[in-house]
Unconditional design. Structure first.
Length: 202
């Protein structure tokens, strides 16, 4: 089994990074032989989507369409294809994912999805290009907003879940919100992150 951990924080070694590492520890406890790859999005050259729609309109029986942009997403897409489960970690910026995470999510939608999904009378929605199922764990961190007020500032969790479900056929096994870490500290949330990592392989 291969787990891909994606960190959307621009700051290494801080709360989001530490909690993702703790979730990885939970994964490795559950299955020491599990292959885990962790990437920081800010280490990669990821350009903005140009909305050319070539990927969306590509008809192929392959698990992904080819993006017209040549950058480090080519490498990351290979990591995604190999993955059986994902850990997604991001701080909350203006109640949403960070800019690196938002750019990453935009770039994968139509590469891994085709416009054949539908809800009620809406057609042309993203539908995964393959039937491969993946598991998903989401870690969201806020510096100042405590967990009791999560619903007012955490649009990130729903966005990550929705995008990965419709493009990578993920099923969310769990998520966590580490709130007010500037005052509470990150240690308070370590056990929860560890258990989330274990749950990813349950």
């Amino acid at each position: 089994m291969h787990v891909l951990a994606v960190v959307g924080s621009p700051r290494k070694g801080k709360a989001t990074d530490k909690l993702v590492d703790k979730a990885i520890s939970g994964v490795k406890f559950k299955n020491p032989d599990c292959e885990v790859q962790k990437i920081h999005l800010t280490d990669y050259d990821i350009n903005y989507c140009r909305n050319c729609l070539v990927c969306r309109d590509t008809v192929t029986d392959q698990p992904q369409a080819r993006c017209t942009i040549r950058d480090d997403m080519d490498k990351i897409n290979d990591y995604i294809l190999k993955s059986d489960a994902l850990i997604m970690g991001t701080p909350v910026h203006s109640s949403f994912v960070t800019a690196p995470m938002a750019t990453f999510l935009e770039r994968i939608v139509w590469v891994f999805a085709k416009p054949e999904g539908k809800i009620l009378n809406l057609k042309g929605l993203p539908k995964p290009r393959t039937d491969k199922k993946r598991k998903l764990a989401i870690i969201v961190v806020s510096g100042g907003v405590p967990p009791i007020l999560r619903r007012f500032c955490d649009n990130a969790t729903h966005h990550i879940n929705d995008v990965l479900n419709c493009s990578l056929n993920t099923k969310k096994v769990g998520d966590m919100y580490a709130g007010d870490v500037e005052n509470r500290g990150v240690e308070l949330y370590m056990e929860k992150a560890y258990n989330l990592g274990k749950k990813l392989l349950s």
